[in-house]
Design a protein around this ligand. Sequence first.
Ligand SMILES: [Fe+2]
Ligand SMILES: [Fe+2]
Length: 310
Amino acid sequence: MGAGKYLSVFTSATAEQRSANFEDYWTFTQHHGGELFEADKDLAKKRARLKHFQDNPVRLRKPLVDPDAFYRNYVAMQDDPKSLDRMTLMLTCIYKFARHEWVGIKGAWDAVPDMANSHTVEDKISRVHLAEEFCHVRLFDEMLRTCGLDKVEWAPLGPIKEKIYEQFPKLPGFLMDSPAFVTELMGVTFYRHLDALFDDVLADEPEVRVRLKALLDEITIDEVAHVGQRRNFIGPIGMKVSKALVKPFYTMFFNDIPEVAEVFDVNQMIEDGLAFDFNELPESIVERSWIPTYCKVDLDPEDARLSLEK
Ligand SMILES: [Fe+2]
Ligand SMILES: [Fe+2]
């Protein structure tokens, strides 16, 4: 691990640095996802990756003992979570986290300009970002299928919550940017903890463990880039607000999923969110992802110049 290579994600940046980083991210994201298929809410390289997984399926050595326990509790927990096995709890957590993502992006996709009407680099970035999020839901669905769960439905959250999610992207930037950034940060935190949980719950299922980690890596690589990208929208005051939002946001979100506390350490996730600085991520993720220049310890000459001009 390259401890010390990166600075806290809450490090402040100048307007000039942020502007240069938007350009840099835009270049990165086009290479990373490939062509945008807007009608399908899909991206060429992501589609090919998913197809590779689907064409080479991996299944559990020992099928789920009680798939009905999953289907009974995956939309809303009906049983006492303490009565369920860790595998089922892990799978319902995956579904519930992914479902929130899916509802959020569904609302946002219709609210933000399409590519033809995206005139700023920020708008273009946001459009591709949403397409990536749709790809994540497909990857999550593939995780559940890998565990034999092929009857999963992506259910809406109910009219009131759906409405709230639809309004969110229409809020002005000074209200929306910090929560949007903290949500991405919460994603990366959750995915890293989920990756560790795979080692534990899937100890006797090496093929599925490797496959679920590979599927999760595809998501985490994008999500790490989203953390930097959403951070890039935020000035110094907004960064203070964002840091203050980490604890209440994580607490509220994870308390809403009763089984999370059974298999995850929410306090540790909060600490990891507050301390997030990219250093703890595996190199294999960092090298395929994107990190803002001002979060790197070694300023490149352009950044050094911008800092001096400040
Ligand atoms: Fe995501
Ligand atoms: Fe994201």
